[in-house]
Design a protein around this ligand. Sequence first.
Ligand SMILES: Nc1nc2c(ncn2[C@@H]2O[C@H](COP(=O)(O)OP(=O)(O)OP(=O)(O)O)[C@@H](O)[C@H]2O)c(=O)[nH]1
Ligand SMILES: [Mg+2]
Length: 412
Amino acid sequence: MPRDPLIAFVGKPSAGKSSMLNALTDATAKVGNFPFTTIEPNRAVGYLQIKCACARFGKQEFCKPTYGTCNNGTRHVPIQLLDVAGLVPGAHEGRGLGNKFLDDLRHADCLVHVVDVSGTTDAEGKETRGYDPSVDIEWLRGEIVRWVGGNLREKWGSIVRRHVAIKGNAVDTLQGQFSGYGSTAKLVARFLDRLGIKQPLDHWDDSTIERVVEGFVDEKFPTVLALNKVDHGDADMNIAKIAKQQKPGSIVLCSAATENLLKRLKKQGYIQYEEGTEFVDTKVDIPDSDLKPLDEKLQQRIEDLRDLVLYRHGSTGVHQVLQRAADLLGLIPVYTVKNTHTFSSSDSSGKTAVFRDCTLVRRGITVGDVAQRIMGGDCTFIEGVGGVRVSEDDLISEKNNILSFKIGARAA
Ligand SMILES: Nc1nc2c(ncn2[C@@H]2O[C@H](COP(=O)(O)OP(=O)(O)OP(=O)(O)O)[C@@H](O)[C@H]2O)c(=O)[nH]1
Ligand SMILES: [Mg+2]
């Protein structure tokens, strides 16, 4: 049964994971320039910006989400975020409590690897200068592969014996091992298919098991590389190096600290700032506004951040991180409505509005899966836009995502 997608921030200590969580949510996770500021994972709700279905039907003014907001067709849909403790080299063997911290990642659907691209923290998150952050990227994936691989190899002998005894198939046997990571049989079938392994499972050698583990990790934990601290002067050369090594679609440039500073100054009435954009205005820019004047130091800081981050990269990048994660996951909004002609429903006080309820699901999920999740399977038939009958087996897509789950007898 599909559940709400969960995006987890991972990386070495002091890369900026908690700063990222705070930048994207109302959370106040502890931030510090020393390793292991975070020990227990912090969970918070962020908001993914999508184009709302209300705009498709010209009903923007009647759109009132139950959760999140919708401003003139741009909807902010809640999404679960998790900030975990920093990982250090050897984490998969338990170094720095790495085993426990890796365990916190089990149910993530997508990872955001927060990389300190300024090169001012070493492999363990301690302050330094001139560290090469490109090595962190291979290291982190390797750490996760060795963690999953270690757990599998530990039991491989008995897994194979049971597989042979019950004449099992590879998908079921592997799913039995990977279910603890929130895997599904569909997911296992998909990556096994992609790998195209010909030998039966009981003949797999070490290198085949390695390929299987890597295939599983890539499928289960698609990863966005959030190159953080782009406001730092040393970031440029490191970004150039990483950009040459990695797929362009996997990289987002960002500065979590900049976003947090702008959010704070906005809240305190010093600046006008539209999150996710490059636009920041101070009292100097709009003298006849109600904005409070900034002191000289902060005014200069804003000027610097405009040059180093906002104008150069188009924004602080933190919202793009979520956007990229949603793209990697293939998230599609599904709107459940009572009435498939007007899309409206009323709240407890009797006020009506359109498209109140929206959830994010992954591409590849069927209408029946969603019915199961929302109605617990308690649904006799399903309608799409205009009352058209929709089959349980139909896939959810951008064109098939407004649904009404009906209980009772079908209309003739
Ligand atoms: N220059 C700069 N510093 C940043 C940025 N984002 C975070 N930092 C700083 O990096 C340090 C570590 O930030 P945290 O958010 O605590 O890092 P973390 O990854 O959660 O660290 P652990 O919890 O120890 O694993 C703090 O001093 C932050 O202020 C950024 O965009 N630019
Ligand atoms: Mg932290």
